[in-house]
Design a protein around this ligand. Structure first.
Ligand code: TYM
Length: 352
């Protein structure tokens, strides 16, 4: 298994990122190690199960950004990932900009990706809004770079939240078409499988239960950030939008109540139970009782991560060293696939 995933270093890591993706990254990292150990114990050689996690700093330039802040933001997000449990000794942690193969493969894949496929991408529609003509080409071709990110490493599994599934489906389409058109019967690229957590694939805004929790929401009250202290978390949960009805005893009763459903789902995801179990405990009670319980659960879960993050973010040299070491390994792993893609297209790649 080869697990690959990325996060943009714009804004802060929030609860949606954590529950929808990062927590799964950590679980998969642990599972890979276990699988490698079992393989060695069974007498196998050179276990190949591996995780690669990266900061998508190249994707970050698809929207207006402040160049002087990008590197610092990349280091901060690296610190956040380590604080959440990504271990740079067990997983390969790096930033895209240090691995030029991402850009190279994107260009090679641009010959295979179709305008019609990109035109269907909902993220481009959301992010460009009414100003489609003024959007950057990078925002339009963003999913092709994302395909390169995973195909470059022959990813088998890509843990992401639901909002990234459409991009992953396109990565599979690109891989399949490239293999068919240029593979000469060989599979140049592995078709990656998206992995979304059933219980937290889409965490919604605290201000609007129909919009996803997002780094780009102008209201900080809409999300819980990893850096929020206990007071901020309690205040955000208490001010979260709800309705006047008490909680129902069963999930069916949450239909048409997106904010209530979101808070109950968050509770279940954090606790590792299910909305039904949460409602078995809180059904019949109002938000006056439920919100403080949810706030406390969040504080308890996030404060150790937040404390680690505050400590790690100070050491910029160490973070730089982690990313440089990860990039070296990523460059090595990327080489053979990049060569194969050049060859398949009839391009002669000069010496490096
Ligand atoms: P990004 O930086 O927006 O988000 C990082 C991860 O967090 C998940 N996520 C959520 N999950 C549940 N509920 C939410 N409200 C929520 N908000 C975000 C995202 O689905 C994602 O898994 N394009 C990607 C970064 C990327 C990438 C890749 C991912 C670049 N190349 C290759 C996977 C593979 C992005 O902007 O994620």
């Amino acid at each position: 298994m080869r697990v690959v995933s990325g996060i943009q270093p714009t804004g802060q890591l929030h609860l949606g990122n954590y529950l929808g993706a990062i927590r799964n990254w950590v679980r998969m990292q642990d599972a890979m190690e276990e699988a490698n150990r079992a393989q060695v114990a069974a007498g196998g050689s050179a276990p190949g199960n591996q995780c690669l996690f990266f900061l998508a700093d190249l994707h970050a330039i698809s929207m207006p950004h402040v160049p002087a802040e990008l590197h610092a933001a990349t280091l901060e997000m690296a610190a956040a990932l380590v604080a959440c449990g990504i271990d740079p000794d067990r997983s390969i942690l790096f930033n895209q900009a240090q691995v030029p193969a991402h850009c190279e493969l994107q260009w090679l894949l641009n010959g295979t990706a179709r305008m019609g496929w990109l035109n269907r991408m909902t993220q481009f529609k959301d992010k460009s809004g009414k100003n489609r003509e003024g959007a950057s080409i990078a925002l339009f071709t963003y999913p092709v770079l994302q395909a390169a990110d995973v195909l470059l490493y022959q990813a088998t599994h890509v843990p992401v939240g639901e909002d990234q599934k459409q991009h992953l489906e396109m990565a599979r389409d690109i891989a399949q078409k490239f293999n068919n058109d240029f593979g000469n019967g060989e599979e140049v690229f592995t078709l990656p499988e998206p992995i979304t957590p059933p219980d937290a694939a889409r965490i919604m805004s605290l201000r609007d239960g129909t919009a996803k929790m997002s780094k780009s929401d102008p209201s900080d009250m809409s999300r819980i950030n990893l850096t929020d202290d206990a007071d901020a978390i309690m205040a955000k949960v208490k001010k979260a939008k709800t309705d006047p009805e008490p909680l129902p005893g069963e999930v069916e009763g949450l239909q048409g109540r997106p904010e209530a459903l979101n808070l109950v789902s968050i509770y279940a995801a954090v606790e590792g139970s299910s909305p039904d179990k949460v409602l078995a405990q809180f059904g019949g009670q109002g938000f006056g009782a439920f919100k403080p319980a949810l706030g406390e659960l969040l504080v308890e879960t996030l404060s150790p991560l937040s404390a680690r993050f505050v400590e790690l973010r100070q050491d910029r040299e160490e973070l730089d060293a982690i990313l440089a070491k990860g990039a070296l390994k990523a460059r090595d792993l990327a080489g053979p696939t990049l060569d194969a893609a050049y060859n398949a297209l009839g391009l002669v790649r000069g010496a490096r």
